[in-house]
Ligand binder design. Structure first.
Ligand SMILES: *Cc1c(COP(=O)(O)O)cnc(C)c1O
Length: 250
């Protein structure tokens, strides 16, 4: 082994140790939150959010047993997807705001899109998945979650509560899409507790009409306990697992 590759091997071993111990701590934290909420930990999944971190980190987490990964920017995600294309059973989740002109690219690699918030985006994804199926990039429908706007400010993305039923029906009727449930991010600086309570109510209403939409994607590094108290089935965690992001605006 040359000095350089020995150095690289040590570096990767150090990163593996760091991610492994952060992962263990995080899974314990999720477990404790479930027990405190009287919920079965098997019903709450961890979605590691790897945005701004290299594909090598995703590969380490894969070796540690993770199969689902969340990304928020199409270009960055597409590059990682290509780099890790030979890892079997890997599932990529798009969690960030998605522009319609990126729908076609995302439709090639995403297992689930958490951030669907408009009728036009639903149409673009349906068309994109059909094209991706025809071109052989995928053979399954795309699972979509409707992102709910909790701060009633439509400019920050997300669907207003009143518009949820119509969009859920539209997803249901889309041949290449499958309605998975709801997702939300509480407003900055707000107490997450009442926000997640409201989200849970909206989810209960959705389930009456769409019993398959069982996923509730809620909770991040800072507020996962509150989200789990209010029925989250998928916590999206970046910082508490990966460390601080080099840029925080994603
Ligand atoms: C970045 C991001 C996360 C992860 O946030 P952390 O606070 O780092 O855990 C979760 N959800 C979305 C939509 C994100 O963009």
């Amino acid at each position: 082994m040359t000095g350089e590759s020995a150095g690289a091997a040590t570096e990767s071993g150090t990163r593996t140790q760091a991610l492994s111990s952060a992962l263990t701590g995080l899974l314990e934290r999720i477990d404790a939150a479930c027990r405190a909420a009287g919920r079965d930990p098997a019903r709450v999944r961890l979605l590691p959010v790897t945005k701004f971190f290299p594909a090598s980190d995703v590969a380490i987490l894969y070796r540690l047993g993770r199969r689902e990964f969340g990304e928020s920017r199409e270009q960055e995600a597409g590059a990682k997807v290509a780099e890790l294309a030979d890892l079997p059973d890997i599932q990529w989740h798009m969690i960030g705001h998605l522009q319609r002109n990126k729908a076609k690219a995302v439709a090639r690699w995403a297992h689930t899109v958490h951030s669907v918030d408009s009728s036009r985006l639903i149409t673009a994804l349906d068309v994109g998945v059909r094209a991706a199926r025809e071109a052989g990039y995928r053979d399954t429908p795309l699972r979509v979650l409707l992102q709910v706007s909790l701060d009633r400010d439509p400019t920050r993305g997300g669907v207003a509560a009143d518009d949820l039923p119509a969009l859920a029906d539209q997803v249901d009727k889309s041949e290449n899409l499958q309605l998975g449930g709801l997702m939300a991010v509480p407003p900055l600086d707000a107490d997450p507790e009442p926000e997640f309570a409201r989200l849970a109510e909206l989810h209960a209403r959705l389930l009456k009409r769409h019993p398959m939409g069982t996923e509730l994607s809620a909770g991040m590094s800072a507020d996962l306990e509150a989200a789990i108290r209010h029925g989250s089935t998928c916590v999206r965690v970046g910082t508490a697992l990966m460390g601080a992001r080099p840029i925080t605006s994603g």
